[in-house]
Design a protein around this ligand. Structure first.
Ligand SMILES: [Cu+2]
Length: 170
């Protein structure tokens, strides 16, 4: 692991609460984007009136770009316990076409190396975190949200209905 990536991982560890050091001790190169707050929860995601398990949930996202790579972490809480969700970086903001489509480095190819996939499984109290690193940098204003989906992402890049969203100015 090179120095810049190691630094990015240490920032991620801080954000995930794994290391008890003030985040202000970070002073590395590259760009850092953070976002946190209550999820924008989409009404009736299944179209049949069944409940949305993300109601009342919160999320925090960290994106670190350094050395031509991008590291993204998401933390969630207040979701259903012991449950798998899909999550990705999306092109549009939460209230604009529910985030639109997935951000893709090379348009037209859905994969975890060409998109930012952040699937997670909640613990017994409905919290989770996930992390991904891709070998490219997000284009300016190219991605504007993290969207949480009903189930884990399949190889074709689909993950079921959109349940909730956090605006992130990647
Ligand atoms: Cu998605």
């Amino acid at each position: 692991m090179n120095n810049t990536l190691a630094r990015a991982v240490s920032v991620a560890a801080l954000t995930l609460g794994l290391v008890a050091v003030p985040a202000t001790s970070y002073a590395g190169p590259g760009s850092v984007v953070t976002a946190a707050g209550s999820l924008t929860v989409y009404p009736d995601p299944y179209g049949d009136g069944s409940p949305n398990s993300t109601e009342g949930g919160q999320a925090a996202v960290l994106a670190v770009t350094t050395g031509g790579k991008t590291l993204v972490t998401v933390r969630v809480r207040g979701l259903a316990p012991n449950r798998e969700y899909g999550a990705h970086a999306h092109v549009l903001g939460c209230t604009d076409s529910q985030g639109g489509g997935h951000y893709q480095n090379v348009p037209g190819n859905a994969s975890p190396t060409n998109e930012i996939w952040l699937d997670f499984t909640t613990n017994s109290v409905g919290s989770a975190s996930s992390l991904t690193v891709v070998d490219w940098v997000i284009r300016p204003d190219g991605a504007n949200a993290v969207v949480i989906h009903d189930h884990e992402t399949d190889p074709a890049g689909t993950a079921g209905p959109k349940l909730a969203c956090l605006d992130v100015n990647f």
